[in-house]
Design a binder for this molecule. Structure first.
Ligand code: NOJ
Length: 576
């Protein structure tokens, strides 16, 4: 009996050892701190019923791929019933699934299957506005005395025009006159997306109930759409004008009285309390393009009691390969006054893909690898966008008649809209639809011709492909203790071309040194003078250097006092 017990005990100890080896995350750490979140744009990911639009069953079919890629959670952009003016961000029912994406049974099946794959599902929730086809708005617009009138922002016009100069993010006035009742309603985005009145407690309750509905279904958190825009100035003051004009021909404006009002934080605190009351540590990710680190820090909350992961738009919007700029911004978020956990991304469904945005037109493939290292290796939670791992290009429509995103029609040709970054996922070389949908079907957006060579199937078989580079980094990101929970230290702070940083594990063990040559010159760099590295090894210097990964062919021994790094090269070293 005693020996059986001892054997069982031994087994437990060994199992614990194996588990500890598999996951170097520290005990008690929160899952989202070690997660890479992958954004799925459901219309474009995988069509399972050959109607040209991606769907939930399609996502489920691709979970094996996502697991193998090495991500931890998927954020799915809105799949609720919607007239699809803004492709789901105009919601007409928050508690159901749009039939073009499937059914609630499909969603439940996806949740189950994701769990079996150890992948979490994050929902996108739009709190700021609904569709104008939502029953609440239909009631609200039906008469000035309807009980739901005050659920939205209705005002009388002024001097024969709108109540003030507030502008929609998507061009022109943010006010639309509703002739039936003779008043204007406010919409920060499209006319078909009326803003909810968050000063009305019934609105707050209704939206919080919706959040509970999805938490009860087991979602791992929410990406909070446009959340800094929940409140507007009660005095309705005009926004200040800025020099110049936007792509829609409007005067530029500072959204001073319609964005980032202090009241937003009361809502965020309450939301945080709500998600914290659920098991499994659901996470809040805020979409709010805060212009400074001070503003970004506020999203964490004065007592770290608001959003866990505010998306860092400053880093996402550098839009040029610049070591000094990235170094400064990564330093800033590392030292943010709230001590909040950083959240990085470079691509999403609202902006041109990183492959083109950072590419110079000649070295885009090398640059894409460099960007992958920049995205995945610093300290923080990372967000990827579907297709970035294979180097999908932004493919804008050529003619205004082909544009699907309404802003592309309002702003043509300066603003071509966001179709270019939303084209279907490229799975196979089989043209015309690259495995997204059947070859005889017309997909909702055309599959770019580049899909013939840039696709999952082809790149899986190429050792040096971008896809395999991503996979290697994602694996390293989850297995190297320095990358899982290590510190972040800037190295060579004055180098104009090469952005270098060191990740040091919490206890002993090897550090990871990342050097990214953001210039078109081959460079020789040295870390001999780095204090952070001098304190490594027994003789006061690093004794053992290993190449963990590079974006260019390299082998042999590396000496930290002289490293040749080619133009746009990315080098990842283990340093003991
Ligand atoms: C931000 C979303 O990412 C974007 O796609 C949408 O158009 C606006 N919010 C409005 O919901």
């Amino acid at each position: 009996m005693r020996s059986a017990l001892a054997a069982a005990f031994f087994c437990l100890i060994s199992l614990a050892g194996v588990l500890a080896q598999q996951s170097p995350a520290q005990d008690g750490d929160l899952w989202w701190k070690h997660a890479v979140v992958y954004e799925v744009y459901p219309r474009s990911f995988q069509d399972s019923n050959n109607d040209g639009v991606g769907d939930i069953r399609g996502i489920e079919r691709r979970l094996d791929y996502l697991k193998d890629l090495g991500i931890d959670a998927i954020w799915i952009t809105p799949m609720y019933p919607s007239p699809q003016v803004d492709f789901g961000y105009d919601i007409s029912d928050y508690r159901a699934i749009d039939p073009q994406y499937g059914s609630m049974e499909d969603f439940d099946a996806l949740m189950k299957s994701a769990k079996a794959h150890d992948l979490r599902v994050i929902m996108d929730i739009v709190l700021n506005h609904t569709s104008d086809q939502h029953p609440w708005f239909k009631e609200s617009r039906s008469s000035r005395t309807n009980p739901k009138r005050d659920w939205y922002i209705w005002r009388d016009g002024k001097n024969g025009g709108p109540p003030n100069n507030w502008q929609s993010w998507f061009g022109h006035s943010a006010w639309t006159l509703d002739p039936a009742t003779g008043q204007y309603y406010y919409h920060y985005f499209y006319t078909q997306q009326p803003d909810l009145n968050w000063r009305n407690p019934e609105v707050r309750k209704a939206m919080f109930d919706i959040v509970k509905f999805w938490l009860d279904k087991g979602v791992a958190g929410f990406r909070l759409d446009a959340v800094s825009r929940l409140f507007e100035d009660p005095q309705m003051r005009d926004d200040p004008y800025l020099p110049g004009y936007n792509a829609y021909g409007d005067r530029n404006i500072q959204h001073k009285f319609t964005d980032d009002l202090p009241e937003v934080h009361d809502v965020l605190r309450d939301l945080r309390k709500l998600v914290d009351s659920y098991p499994g540590h659901p996470v809040l990710i805020s979409e709010a393009d805060e212009p400074t680190i001070a503003d970004l820090s506020k999203m964490y909350g004065a007592h770290n009691d608001e959003v866990q992961l505010p998306m860092d738009f400053q880093i996402a919007d550098v839009n040029q390969l610049s070591a000094p700029k990235f170094r400064k911004l990564f330093e800033e978020v590392e030292n943010n006054p709230a001590h909040g956990w950083p959240e990085y991304f470079f691509s999403n469904h609202d902006q041109p893909r990183q492959w083109d945005r950072y590419g110079d037109g000649v070295h885009n493939d090398q640059i894409a690898k460099l960007m992958a290292a920049l995205e995945l290796l610093p300290r923080g939670t990372q967000q990827m966008y579907y297709g970035e791992e294979i180097g999908m290009r932004t493919t804008d429509p050529k003619r205004i008649e082909d544009v699907r995103d309404p802003i592309g029609r309002t702003g043509w040709p300066k603003e071509k809209g966001r179709d270019g970054e939303r084209t279907p996922m490229q799975w196979t070389p089989e043209m015309p639809n690259a495995g997204f949908t059947a070859p005889n079907v017309k997909p909702w957006l055309p599959v770019p011709p580049s899909a013939k060579t840039i696709n999952v199937q082809v790149e899986s078989g190429q050792f040096e492909s971008l896809l395999n580079f991503y996979k290697a980094l994602l694996k390293m990101r989850h297995t190297e203790p320095a990358l899982v929970s290590g510190d972040y230290v800037t190295l060579n702070p004055d180098d104009p071309d090469v952005f270098s940083f060191l990740r040091t594990p919490p206890n002993s063990g090897r550090s990871v040194l990342v050097a990214l040559n953001m210039s078109s010159r081959n460079r020789t760099i040295s870390f001999a003078a780095s204090e952070s590295l001098k304190t490594r090894g027994s003789k006061g210097q690093a004794t053992h250097v290993t190449i963990l990964k590079s974006s260019y062919p390299t082998s042999g021994t590396v000496k930290l006092d002289q490293i040749d790094i080619p133009a746009f090269g990315a080098l990842v070293l283990g340093v003991e």
